[in-house]
Design a binder for this molecule. Structure first.
Ligand code: ADP
Length: 454
């Protein structure tokens, strides 16, 4: 305020002094003209300064403060300072908002903010993916117009938002099950959360199937055993019949024991967070041992062929033995009498790459139709339930194989032709292969070791 008063006093003093001198020298009229000229000069200078201020205020960003003198210099300086303060405050708020939006974007859940009329104000990328929205184009659109789903429409119309809605959506990448919950806030606005529960539902369905399967598998032998016990109690049997019944009971209890053993093995493999042991398995010995097991299981009904290259595997002995035994046992069980089962360990060098180490079990058995192959490693998945049970299968063998191989970063390949036979190949990563020190030993030993016709 003070500079304005000083300037006004100065102007008036100047005007009075100038017109006083002129009046004393030339009379009243020239003095009045001088006073007017001074006043006009001051008004002109002020107007020019105002125009410069206005022009500057229109786009002050980046431009320099216009030059000014006296009170206008003060006005310009203060306006510029206020502007800078305001700009830094806006910048701070913008940074805060940006961080807030980044946090909402980072959420694994979908988030949609809606106004009082259920129009979309903002949504994060997850929500856009869940509902097929375009986070920019679809703003200000009604949620129910964009999320075209009868259940969602009914949920929004009923306005009962205390429980979430489960809603299925088909996207380009498959079917999604979403859990959607609307949370009203503020003045009629809504926050909508969406969560992809497809995997949760799948796991839950698997758990239910698993419990049902285990119960079923145990119930059948239990029913048989209970029936025999009843018969043994109530009826008189000859010693021979008694022995036959006891043998059948034994068979059923063996079946349950195998099932429980396989279940425990699976539970152990699935629940073990530790890396498998790093033992070195002599694969030649392993193939010999598997060959002996195959012969025992076959009881002379099959031709068993063995071949093994030089080269060992680093891994957990019990786990790998269990996986290989399962493959061999399947080959014998699903190959009719007179068929051939071949157990092979091959180590070869591929062009331009490292060594490839493969354990394979081939058979000339019943084979598997193509559509079953992707599901064979699922727990309790069997192509022919009756045949599997008859041969003492639990339906868990290949699930065990899959888990063991996963833990060893190995891969299972299955190729098969119905009626012609199957090949189950386990390929180990190069880092699990242990080669002897002599570089050409592997080549020298790549010969079939044994061929036994039983
Ligand atoms: P199972 O105890 O029933 O043999 P697995 O998990 O070991 O259970 O195998 C799953 C299913 O895969 C078997 O029931 C069988 O239908 C099929 N299968 C596995 N190995 C062979 C094979 N070598 N030849 C034909 N079918 C096989």
């Amino acid at each position: 305020m003070r500079p304005v008063i000083f300037r006004l006093t100065g102007v008036i003093a100047l005007m009075l002094a100038a017109s006083g001198v002129v009046a004393w020298l030339f009379g009243a009229l020239p003095a009045a003209l001088v006073a007017c000229a001074v006043a006009l000069g001051v008004i002109g200078a002020d107007t020019a300064a105002q125009l410069r201020l206005l022009a500057w205020l229109k786009s002050p960003e980046g431009s320099r403060i216009p030059p000014a003198r006296g009170v206008w210099a003060e006005v310009f300086y203060r306006a510029a300072r206020q502007l800078r303060l305001w700009e830094s405050r806006v910048q701070r708020e913008q940074d805060k908002l940006k961080r807030f939006i980044e946090a909402l974007q980072a959420s694994p859940n979908g988030l949609i903010l809606m106004d009082g009329a259920d129009q979309i104000d903002w949504c994060n990328d997850t929500a856009a993916a869940h509902f097929g929205l375009d986070a920019r184009r679809d703003l200000r659109q009604h949620a129910v117009h964009l999320i075209r789903n009868p259940e969602f429409f009914a949920y929004m119309a009923a306005k009962r938002f205390d429980t979430p809605l489960l809603m299925r959506r088909t996207t380009n990448h498959g079917s999604l099950l979403l859990s959607v919950q609307v949370i009203p806030y503020g003045d009629g606005q809504k926050l909508m959360l969406s969560r992809d529960v497809t995997q949760v539902e799948r796991t839950e369905a698997m758990r239910r199937d698993f419990v049902a399967n285990v119960s079923h598998e145990i119930k059948t032998p239990l029913t048989v055993i209970a029936g025999f016990i009843e018969s043994l109690r109530g009826l008189d049997f000859s010693a021979e019949e008694r022995d036959r019944i006891l043998a059948l009971m034994q068979e059923q209890s063996d079946r349950m024991r195998h099932l429980v053993e396989d279940l425990l093995t699976l539970a152990h493999l699935e629940g073990d967070p530790h890396q498998p042991a790093e033992e070195v398995l002599d694969m030649r010995q392993m193939v010999d041992r598997l060959g002996a097991d195959a012969r025992a299981l076959s009881g002379g009904r099959h031709v068993i062929e063995l071949s093994a290259d030089v080269g060992d595997v680093r891994g957990a002995r019990t786990e790998l033995t269990s996986a290989f035994t399962n493959l061999v046992s399947n080959a014998v069980r699903y190959t009719p009498q007179g068929g051939t089962v071949r157990i092979a360990w091959r180590v070869r060098q591929i062009d331009g790459g490292g060594p490839v180490a493969e354990f394979s079990v081939s058979d000339s058995g019943i084979g598997i139709a193509q559509e079953h192959i992707p599901r064979l490693t699922e727990r309790f998945y069997r192509v022919d339930r009756g045949r599997s049970r008859e041969s003492g299968g639990t339906g868990l063998g290949l699930a065990i194989v899959k888990h063991v191989l996963l833990r060893h970063q190995a891969e299972l390949r299955i190729s098969s032709q119905p009626g012609q036979g199957s090949v189950f190949t386990v390929r180990f990563p190069a880092q699990r292969l242990v080669l002897p020190a002599e570089p050409d030993a592997a080549e020298a030993n790549a010969v079939d070791r044994e061929s036994i016709s039983a």
